[in-house]
Design a protein around this ligand. Structure first.
Ligand code: IVH
Length: 681
């Protein structure tokens, strides 16, 4: 057959046409086979068409296109992955653990929306795999990436192309257009059967086994050589897009249908629910279905269906308000508590860690589990030698739930909390209501080392060559004590250390040099200020633009930034008021570390750029939260107190003393209607 059709083709245009027809036909049949599980063509016939395509492309390599089904396994191995910034952050989800949590979720929605009108939801099985983003330009798959930290991921286009259920070109019906750019999100996973077979093969080949399907999927996706990825049984379910505006869909349920018609595989167990009680019934039903599923799920994602509502609800720093992950009860096992170790964290927190008799839970061997803090330890009433119930939920650190008191023999020993720091001997303190005991010694070696490791590490300045081991070595050898010391390191002294050479020393010094002009957000995250992670650091950087401005801010200034809470605000003020911190920052500056200014929110080119709003009294037509979010979107700012900086005072009902002061200062006062017109509602 293949031969016959080859003979029928004459001229380059003929070849091009035949290739196009073959690709289209192969795409359609692959979609029916892989995504719909409903083939209408015999396997042998499909293979013949595929071979014809490959043979024709071999004769005319100049006519090979990126979306050709032959190109799934192409590409040479990479030296390393490039990074990709997501145009819209890939957020994570808050968790609900039972029906009450789901009811609370809906209550929060009602409160935020200031209405108890009925809300519909879409429920989707929460696959335990890896979130990825697929970028399509004019219908062609051009870029694929991992979620990474949510803001920046790794580019894995070639690896994703090897997954048969990821369309290389979006399917369209005749005449239907596709958006210029579409960013599809979903989960890459390996089925239980695929996992079992893969591990059997690895066992036979004497290779190490994967602990669970999730690790197998992660390991397979992060291969530098796409030919290895191509041998792994990876699969993909689409569950969303970064921005639905260019699509003809008003809600999540329509979107999932639309993604299906574009050629994606969409989980058949998604469900449209008209109330939270229907969601809860679906959660129970899914738990029953779970053991019979072909793949691992660790819960059910609940999403507000309507896109307009989703938009009004918006997001917090890490997670959208319109969705939640209802998690299944964790897998548990019992084992023996052998000992308790006390660790010292970067901020001096003393954390008890349970040392356990090794036990298998949910596919992995657990030897250590967190006991969180002293209060938790006391509350649980644990004793050394106890039989304990241990649980693991998803990728959360295993934890000790409780002792099995019935198993006690009388031989168990009480656990004593240390009164002095296990690393530096300082007397430990417990501040006020805090559940955490801390080592107050700012020079505690354990804290210093951890702070330095954090500073140079991936969530900090990411200085290559200064990983955990290297930093520990530099501290032990007395080469560094604090952050500024890093910028005084010389290649010569590094090269003289055990395990270092001229080359690695030079590389490290070069990496240190390159980190002398960090963006503000990166630098802030690297400092390891309590309650200030990467996302909060980004919010701060965008708001304050410069380190100088930020370090002078008061608690109120922090609190009116959307996404920043009280704990972070207090911690920031304490941090920048600490003379030791001020000295450290001055030393860094003297050593030539120059933190880059960030583009400020208000400098963005929004319609409200440069405007600062202050609200007084309640608003009738939208919540303060919504109003603030909309102002931010348009590049404006919101003040929490009256000052000359304020450009518009928005007058609500029963305005307070702010109005009198505003009048005294001669500020512009506008009504809610005028405000709505400004934000175009
Ligand atoms: S929606 C903004 N839908 O769960 C909404 N996530 O913690 C964010 N996941 O990283 C994701 N199945 O890996 C969504 N049907 C589903 C999902 C799902 C699995 C994972 C995903 C994400 C994590 C969120």
């Amino acid at each position: 057959m293949a031969q016959l059709s080859l003979l029928n083709i004459s001229g380059k245009d003929g070849v091009r046409q035949r290739l196009q027809a073959l690709r289209q036909e192969l795409h359609l049949h692959a979609h029916r086979y892989y995504a719909l599980d409903d083939p209408i063509l015999a396997d042998a016939e499909y293979d013949r068409l595929f071979q014809e395509l490959v043979a024709l492309e071999q004769q005319h390599p100049e006519l090979i296109t990126a979306d050709s089904p032959s190109q799934r396994v192409g590409g040479a191995p990479l030296a390393q992955f490039a990074t990709v910034a997501h145009s819209v952050p890939m957020l994570s989800l808050e968790n609900a653990f039972d029906a009450d949590d789901l009811v609370d979720f809906e209550e929060r929605l009602f409160r935020f929306l200031q209405s108890r009108a009925q809300i519909s939801y879409v429920t989707e099985p929460k696959l335990d795999g890896l979130a990825v983003e697929l970028v399509y330009e004019d219908g062609l798959f051009v870029l694929g990436s991992t979620r990474g930290d949510g803001l920046v991921g790794e580019e894995i286009t070639q690896n994703l192309k090897t997954i048969q259920t990821i369309p290389l070109r979006l399917l369209t019906r005749d005449g239907d257009g596709v958006p210029r750019r579409l960013e599809v999100r979903g989960e890459v996973f390996i089925s239980l059967a695929g996992f079992k077979k893969l591990n059997e093969e690895r066992g036979k080949a004497g290779e190490s086994l994967f602990a669970n399907p999730r690790n197998a999927a992660a390991g397979s996706l992060r291969q530098l050589d796409p030919r290895i990825t191509a041998t792994r049984p990876l699969d993909f379910y689409a569950y969303g897009v970064s921005d639905p505006t260019p699509l003809p869909c008003r809600d999540q349920h329509e979107l999932l249908g639309h993604l299906g018609s574009l050629g994606f595989k969409v989980n058949p167990l998604v469900h449209l629910c008209q109330s939270i009680s229907e969601v809860i019934s679906q959660f129970i039903r899914l738990q029953d279905q779970r053991p019979a599923l072909a793949y691992d799920i660790d819960g059910m994602v609940v999403k507000v269906n309507d896109f307009a509502l989703q938009e009004r609800l918006g997001a917090k720093a890490r997670s959208p308000r319109w969705a939640i992950a209802a998690k299944f009860p964790a897998s548990q096992a019992t084992t023996r508590l052998l000992a308790v170790e006390f660790g010292v964290g970067r901020t001096g927190a003393i954390t008890p860690v349970a040392i356990l008799e090794p036990v298998r839970i949910g596919g992995v061997t657990v030897r250590r589990a967190t006991l969180h803090n002293e209060d938790e330890l006391r509350r649980k009433g644990l004793m050394l030698g106890d039989t304990v119930l241990v649980q693991r939920a998803g990728d959360v650190i295993p934890e000790v739930v409780k002792p099995v008191k019935e198993n006690r023999t009388g031989q168990e020993q009480p656990i004593t909390m240390p009164t002095t720091c296990p690393e530096c001997g300082f007397s430990l303190v417990r501040a006020g209501q805090e559940a955490i005991t801390r080592c107050p010694n700012p020079n505690c070696p354990a804290q210093r080392v951890r702070a330095l490791i954090h500073f140079t590490g991936k969530s900090g300045m990411d200085i290559e060559g200064l990983g955990k081991k290297a930093v520990q070595q530099l501290v032990t050898q007395g080469l560094i004590q604090d952050i500024p010391d890093i910028y005084q390191l010389e290649a010569e002294s590094l090269a003289a250390l055990d395990g270092w050479g001229d080359k690695s020393a030079e590389n490290a010094v070069r990496a240190i040099e390159a980190s002398r002009t960090p963006p503000l957000a990166k630098f802030l995250a690297a400092l390891g200020i309590r309650h200030v992670g990467e996302i909060t650091a980004q919010l701060l950087a965008r708001h304050f633009a410069s380190l100088a401005r930020l370090s002078l801010a008061g608690e109120a200034d922090f609190l009116h930034i959307e996404g920043i809470g009280e704990q972070a605000a207090t911690s920031l003020v304490d941090y920048f008021q600490d003379p030791a911190v001020q000295e450290m920052l001055a030393r860094l500056e003297a050593l030539g570390v120059c933190v880059q200014e960030e583009k400020q929110d208000a400098e963005a080119d929004g319609a409200l750029a440069g405007s600062v709003f202050l609200f007084t009294g309640g608003l009738a037509r939208l919540s303060r939260h919504e109003a603030k979010a909309r102002i931010k979107e348009l590049g404006g700012q919101v003040a929490s107190g009256i000052s000359r900086r304020v450009t518009h005072v928005v007058l609500g009902d029963s305005p307070g003393s702010k109005l009198t002061k505003a009048r005294e200062l001669g500020l512009t006062v506008i009504t809610e209607d005028e405000f709505l017109r400004l934000i175009d509602r």
